[in-house]
Design a protein around this ligand. Structure first.
Ligand SMILES: Nc1ncnc2c1ncn2[C@@H]1O[C@H](COP(=O)(O)OP(=O)(O)OP(=O)(O)O)[C@@H](O)[C@H]1O
Ligand SMILES: [Mg+2]
Length: 263
């Protein structure tokens, strides 16, 4: 079992990593790292290009490419899932919206959403599509466009569809890889508002972002990842006011004093 004395919260973590590391062939991409997500919490991992953010999410989701190898401890709701294949992890509620979104372009919005419940269907659940109304309530735009082919959606709509599809699997932990990538500022605001609403609905979110400012605003806890290692972590507000983060990630030249942040 993981160490339950999580810095993030007093509740036992829904997701715990202990000494997780990843290599691609012989090249290390992630140094052994520890990370916790408490139930209903938004945890963000910020860091520059190539830091290993996507590698981290793919390793947690069991979705590393063929040359990637993960080792170390990974617990979901207290259960050791480190050797589980991706199918089983998704089934247990660990869902990843990858950087590439991976929508089925020729299929319409409604069918893409239903595909998100496919694994629940295969497991023989009585109502695998029962999240559809909730997803349409969260994203009214998807309801309006339910008959439209995914390939013809705008960037923001595609991101909503990718998140909506993951929600159809009823995730315990939703992992989002750069959901704001390539989107206009107004749409970015909408996407982060959705993250806040998911948190209110009790979904724990692990959010990887280069948009540090927006991510730190919605998150409870933050990790800074640099060249495969955690260089800083703490409550999101404390990380946002840390001078190193201010100068490097928030474009601040005379940052406020830091508080409560651990190197
Ligand atoms: N399949 C792979 N084989 C070999 N090296 C890889 C592979 N995938 C990623 N890497 C390397 O691992 C490192 C981390 O990559 P990763 O994609 O995880 O970074 P990232 O933080 O998500 O970057 P970005 O912000 O650009 O998405 C990089 O040096 C990258 O070149
Ligand atoms: Mg990435």
């Amino acid at each position: 079992m993981p160490d339950r004395s999580s810095p993030a919260a007093t509740a036992p973590p829904i997701l715990s990593l202990r000494g997780l590391f990843v290599r691609y062939g012989d090249v290390p991409a992630l140094s052994p790292l520890d990370l916790d997500v408490a139930p209903g919490q938004v945890v963000t991992v910020i860091g520059p290009n190539g830091a290993g953010k996507s590698t981290l999410l793919n390793a947690i989701g069991g979705a590393l490419p063929a040359n990637g190898q993960a080792q170390g401890g990974l617990w979901l709701a207290g259960q050791d899932v480190s050797r589980w294949p991706i199918e089983q992890r998704v089934g247990a509620g660990l869902c990843l919206v990858p950087e590439s979104r991976e929508l089925f372009g020729s299929m319409n919005v409604a069918d893409n959403l239903l595909l998100g419940s496919y694994r629940r269907h295969r497991r023989g659940e009585a109502n695998p599509g029962d999240q559809l109304d909730a997803v349409y309530a969260l994203f009214p735009r998807l309801l309006e466009r339910r008959s439209q082919a995914a390939a013809t959606l705008s960037g923001g709509e595609r991101q909503m569809l990718a998140i909506g599809r993951a929600l159809m699997a009823k995730p315990a932990v939703l992992m989002l890889d750069e959901p704001s990538l390539g989107l206009a500022p107004l749409i970015v605001r909408d996407i982060f508002a959705i993250v806040t609403r998911l948190k209110a609905l009790g979904v724990a979110v692990l959010l990887v972002e280069q948009n540090a400012r927006a991510a730190l605003r919605v998150a409870d806890w933050a990790y800074v990842l640099e060249t495969g290692a955690v260089s800083l972590q703490g409550p999101a507000a404390a990380v946002a006011s840390d001078p190193r983060v201010g100068a490097t990630y928030l474009g601040r030249s005379s940052p406020a004093a830091s508080a409560g942040v651990r190197p």
